[in-house]
Design a binder for this molecule. Structure first.
Ligand code: MSP
Length: 556
């Protein structure tokens, strides 16, 4: 059977689009990391947020045809875990093997449920990690960056960090009403600590750090975080305590050749990013082959200092390549308040995904989550996104334009380049611009705006469909060609949206693309361009048979 109208494949944008060109920039696996999570508390929506951002980036680069690696895991050493173990009357190792194991299972369950495709799950208690930490310590020592000194300061167990007197302030403990000292930055309680420990010459890295940031203006994003990091450097960096006496901190990796000292938990934890690439490598080439330097470290705003100052300083001092980018996201609040167990406002991610479905939650987190500013989570807001965007725009358009009443043959409608009306042009121009707009915003980590670009086009596509009234066109045999053209635009809008949305909503996109009969091999970013991948005159294509035509069913 021949198609009733002439199809012209649209080549103009395909060969020269920016997304396609960008594909050749990477010569190593694209490597993304999430923070490694403390195993002493149940995973919450904030943890899921880090993981969904990281996973969406991984899927994005895979759609561009790259190999991508994603690391996640658990941060199991330190005083925080030691004390949690003591509170449970357990040895830390038993605590970690039981509680952490349970947490790991919960974290993995969460990751599996949320379709987080991690390639490595790292536990800092693994032997390969101990080896990597001991090695980097020895190199820092050999390179003259470590010395023994007395350290006095305010220590926060919760943050596992020392603060200077200028970084703490008085506050009133909510529970006891007593005056306590807390960190200005995080609000966590601190205690005065005097001890002998090993120090890292962070002060010696100050100029190199400043130069690195000024020659890599997107090394830390968003801009407000970059400015914060620059101002910390400008205020002057004091040397950093990188061990604790064994008498205080037993639960950690021993300083090589000094059984009285345990390596500072943040040095230990940060090294996990290279452990996962097989560090110690035979040479840097091996590191590159395995993904290092990381392309993107995803971190929460509270741990920027560790990732944008301490981590690059350690790497510089060890002559190792620096990560390409640190992306710091803001936090999720609930009722505009920090989530906390005691306030009872912690959002349980499993329950949210059970209720709305996995992909709608992923979509909501990326659409409304803040990078620069905190986002306020509410189930009502997820529902609004579900009803308005997902069911209202995308699901509705897909159902309407593939309805058997309008396409009784089940054949994918084809495009007639010679019959484009003024009205069609409005939508067509938006469709042509969409892939680059989406890719630019996504690569700039403006996920909400990238998704908005898709839904702006879908809104225009819905308008185009409604204004052209295909339900009337089908009644008039003379309007057959016009009907096809009108349906083509809606189907094409859904196809392009389906391809682009794969990174954020993998399952729903799969359903959409199956419904449209888009071959599994024709779902890459290069095929997200207007007119790409549709049948020629010789290759007609059937819409897919959908067992569940409603992609976004009504939620009660
Ligand atoms: N173990 C360290 C990270 C070491 S990485 C070498 C850690 N762990 S954590 O479990 O406390 O936090 C993990 C991540 O969750 C951090 O990036 C943190 O910012 C993030 N979040 C914690 N609460 C959050 C919200 N309410 N909202 C969004 N993210 C949140 O820090």
């Amino acid at each position: 059977m021949r198609a009733p109208v002439v199809f012209a494949r649209v080549h103009s944008l395909v060969g020269c689009n920016k997304a396609f060109q960008r594909r050749w920039q990477h010569t190593k696996p694209f490597y993304i990391t999430t923070p490694i999570f403390y195993p002493n508390a149940a995973p919450h929506i904030g943890h899921l947020y880090s993981a969904v951002i990281a996973d969406s980036i991984k899927r994005y680069y895979q759609l561009k045809g790259e190999t991508a690696l994603l690391l996640t895991g658990t941060d199991e050493h330190g005083l925080k875990i030691q004390q949690a173990a003591a509170a449970n009357d357990m040895e830390p190792i038993v605590f970690c093997d039981q509680i952490s194991q349970r947490f790991k299972v919960r974290l993995m369950d969460l990751a599996d449920k949320a379709n987080i495709q991690y390639t490595t799950f790292m536990r800092t208690t693994e032997a390969r990690h101990h080896k990597a930490v001991a090695k980097i310590w020895s190199i820092l020592e050999e390179n003259g960056y470590i010395y023994k000194g007395k350290h006095e300061g305010w220590y926060s167990i919760s943050d596992e960090a020392f603060y200077t007197s200028g970084q703490v302030q008085e506050a009133v403990d909510e529970k006891t009403g007593k005056k306590v000292m807390v960190s200005v930055e995080t609000g966590q309680p601190v205690e005065w600590t005097v001890e002998e420990n090993y120090k890292f010459k962070l002060s010696a890295c100050q100029d190199d750090l400043r130069a690195w940031l000024s020659s890599n203006p997107t090394a830390v994003v968003p801009q407000n975080r970059m400015r914060e990091v620059q101002s910390w450097i400008d205020m002057g960096l004091a040397d950093l305590s990188i061990s604790r006496p064994r008498s205080r901190l037993t639960w950690g990796i021993q300083v090589p050749n000094d059984p009285d000292h345990t390596i500072y938990v943040w040095l230990d934890a940060l090294v996990n990013y290279i452990t996962a690439t097989g560090y110690p490598w035979a040479d840097n080439q091996e590191g590159i082959k395995n993904g290092w330097p990381a392309d993107v470290h995803i971190v929460g705003k509270d741990i920027v200092r560790f990732h944008a100052i301490y981590w690059p300083a350690f790497l510089m001092a060890a002559n190792l390549p620096l990560p390409k980018q640190i992306v710091a996201h803001a936090h999720w609040t609930m009722n505009k308040q920090k989530m906390s167990k005691s306030r009872g406002n912690v959002v349980e991610p499993m329950a949210a995904m059970d209720y709305f479905g996995v992909d709608p939650v992923r979509y909501y987190l990326l659409r409304d989550g803040g990078l620069a500013d905190d986002g306020d989570y509410s189930h009502e807001a997820v529902m609004v996104r579900y009803k308005k965007d997902l069911a209202g725009q995308l699901g509705n358009l897909l159902a309407r334009c593939t309805a058997p009443a309008l396409i009784p043959s089940g054949m994918v409608p084809v495009y007639n380049e010679n019959a484009v009306t003024k009205d069609d042009h409005v939508l067509q121009d938006q469709l042509k611009a969409l892939p680059d707009l989406f890719c630019d915003r996504f690569e700039d980590h403006e996920y909400g705006k990238a998704l908005q670009a898709i839904f702006d086009v879908l809104s225009e596509a819905n308008r185009h469909f409604t204004d052209n009234q295909p339900w009337n066109l089908i009644k008039d045999p003379e309007q057959k060609a016009r009907l096809n053209q009108v349906l083509f635009y809606s189907v094409e809008s859904c196809r392009m949206a389906g391809i682009l949305l794969q990174c954020v909503m993998p399952e729903k996109s799969d359903g959409i693309l199956n419904r449209l009969g888009v071959d599994i091999k024709e779902r890459t970013l290069a095929q997200a361009h207007f007119g790409t991948g549709w049948p020629t005159m010789e290759q007609h294509r059937q819409l897919g048979i959908s067992h569940s035509p409603v992609i976004f069913p009504r939620i009660k």
